[in-house]
Ligand binder design. Structure first.
Ligand code: NAP
Length: 546
């Protein structure tokens, strides 16, 4: 159901509005936001840079891309019909299946008619006179709406290494998140992968099966753990379907929305035998249990973390035939789980293959890329294909890419360069009527669970404003300052916040991003949701609503 925007109090504003709400991005977040706003009678337009829906799962088509969260914990929970009709084929579905799922959702709820594809948003400028946002696309077209909602992802702006000669390479080269839609043949070819984060690991273990020769250029290794993926048989899917309520309830109760949550015991509270039995079980279990379901102090106590790291280091030594290669694959500069744990399927065994070589580029740095390949401090390599699994301008990149201006032309980029602060990761002072889905200082984890919660919170607020004939919402500076303090407090003591990674905003490929920042909320889902619910219960007292 759609209806015209008639609830504006600001003078002249009704007539100039093209839409009640504009949503940027047609990924997991944008699709659900469109669905929810449409259901409350809003005129909504989604602008999407890609040619189809799916967001992360549209862009990341690299070989081996798949869920690291259990498929059935990652889908939408809002529609029983959708849950009833969709069968997942694997415990950790691959990208083509995930994309098919999101396309199915878009078709089922007739979402595509309100999405404009190939439409990259260039700027978003707020006007207090009309209490509205003017969105300008790259093709120059402009649209005005009361509300602006960003579902632009936290890992969507790829970054390439700054290596001399990178543009001179004459073979094929792709960043993993810009993998072509057409099949790329690497069978029998000489292939390089740069980067060994979650993406690099998935890529390496997949392409090594077919390439002629694979050279992995690793700067810092990560602590990887087995995914233990398997097919979901029809009987099992029936069982999963019957348990959906419980599955989502479990996700809602855990710290970060996964099916796994920390064990109540601490590492040295149990006997050594019990400890190793527990770790062996985790290592043999599916998914993120080993990261999220470990002893409660593994991610906070240096001593517990060291013991866990040593356990995983031994696993790596057992799995990699060549002891020298094994040592190179064991992180020495950070402990287990302090960076996002890549989940793997025979990743370590990839290095036992004759056609795979690991180059430690701390030992022998890459000096340049040439038309024929890569030159390091001591060797020259020839390649047909270079794969850049070098990560993203995380959390901030997708916001910095758009010229966003709030009250009195205040630039978001400038405001955040002075202090990165938000209210609940959703609102920002000086930027009325702008709502972020998983912006900075929002809770990350099993993101669809957070997305559903955030989208519903935003929708409830907009519905409340509409019912009250209100047309302007802005978090107070006090609320923003309070949330900032809370975010800092929640992050204290967490080892991950003392390590360079995308989670702490460090990216060697970008100027000015060498220092760690607090970019995400490290508290639990229950703390986050409680706070969000309090805001609603207080009648949105921490927002200036008018
Ligand atoms: P990432 O974790 O940031 O890893 C980037 C890799 O590239 C690192 O190994 C990094 O080395 C290396 N690198 C960057 N610049 C380099 C340079 N100039 N020279 C050499 N090496 C360089 O990025 P990602 O692997 O794409 O993963 C990002 C996040 O996406 C993950 O943590 C995860 O949250 C998400 N993800 C999810 C899934 C899933 O759910 N299935 C799959 C993939 C990714 P250093 O460590 O030395 O910086």
């Amino acid at each position: 159901m759609t209806q015209p925007a008639t609830n504006s109090r600001a003078s002249n504003s009704d007539t100039i509005l093209d839409y009640d709400a504009i949503v940027i991005g047609a990924g997991v977040a944008g699709l659900y936001q469109l669905y929810k706003l449409r259901n409350i009678g809003m005129r909504v337009r989604v602008f999407e840079a890609g040619t189809g829906v799916g967001g992360t799962w549209y862009w990341n088509r690299y070989p081996g891309a798949r869920f690291d969260s259990e498929s059935y914990s990652y889908g939408y929970s809002f529609s029983q019909e959708l849950l009833d009709e969709w069968d997942w084929s694997e415990h950790f579905a691959s990208q083509p299946e995930i994309l098919r799922y999101l396309q199915h959702v878009a078709d089922k709820f007739d979402l595509v008619k309100d999405i404009q594809f190939s439409s990259e948003v260039q700027s978003a400028i707020y006007s207090d006179d009309t209490r509205s946002w003017e969105i300008r696309l790259q093709d120059g077209s402009r649209f005005r709406s009361r509300f602006l909602i960003t579902g632009i992802g936290l890992l969507s702006q790829p970054t390439l290494p700054r290596i001399p000669g990178i543009d001179s390479f004459k073979g094929q080269s792709f960043h993993t998140s810009r993998w072509p839609h057409e099949p790329v043949s690497y069978t029998g070819k000489r292939v390089a992968v740069i980067g060994t984060g979650a993406t690099g690991v998935q890529t390496i273990q997949e392409v090594c099966k077919d390439v002629g020769h694979l050279t992995v250029f690793q700067r810092r290794p990560n602590w990887c753990a087995p995914l233990h993926n398997s097919k979901i048989e029809p009987d099992e899917m029936r069982e999963i379907r019957a348990n959906y309520e419980e599955i989502f309830e479990t996700c809602n109760q855990t710290a970060a929305g996964f099916l796994h949550t920390a064990d109540k015991r601490s590492t040295f509270e149990v006997s050594e035998e019990e400890r190793y039995e527990f770790w062996e079980n985790l290592y043999a279990s599916k998914g993120f249990g080993i990261w999220q379901g470990n002893f409660k102090d593994v991610l906070t106590s240096p001593k517990a973390n060291e013991a866990m790291s040593e356990f995983v280091a031994d696993k790596i030594r057992q799995r990699v035939d060549d002891p020298e290669t094994a040592e190179k694959l064991i992180p020495k500069d950070h402990g287990f789980g302090t960076r996002r744990v890549p989940l793997e399927t025979r990743y370590y065994e990839s290095y036992n293959r004759d056609n795979v070589e690991l180059i430690d580029i701390i030992e022998t740095p890459i000096e340049k890329i040439t038309p024929g390949g890569i030159v390091t401090a001591d060797r020259e390599f020839e390649f047909d294909l270079i794969i850049y699994a070098t990560g993203f301008d995380a959390i901030l990149g997708s916001y910095n890419k758009i010229d966003i201006a709030g009250v009195n032309g205040r630039r978001l980029k400038e405001q955040w360069s002075e202090e990165l602060s938000t209210f609940l990761g959703i609102q920002i002072n000086n930027f009325p009527n702008l709502f972020m889905i998983l912006g900075p200082h929002a809770l990350l984890g099993n993101n669809p669970r957070s997305i559903e919660f955030n989208v519903e919170w935003i929708t409830d607020l907009i519905e409340h404003m509409t019912a009250q004939n209100m047309t302007r919402a802005e978090a107070t500076t006090k609320a923003v300052a309070g949330w900032y303090q809370h975010v800092l407090e929640q992050g204290e003591g967490l080892l991950a916040n003392q390590i360079d990674s995308w989670m702490t905003g460090v990216n060697s490929n970008l100027d000015g991003r060498q220092e760690r920042i607090v970019a995400r909320y490290s508290g639990t889902q229950s703390t986050f949701r409680k706070r969000c619910n309090e805001v609603v219960e207080s009648g949105y007292a921490e927002l200036n609503l008018m």
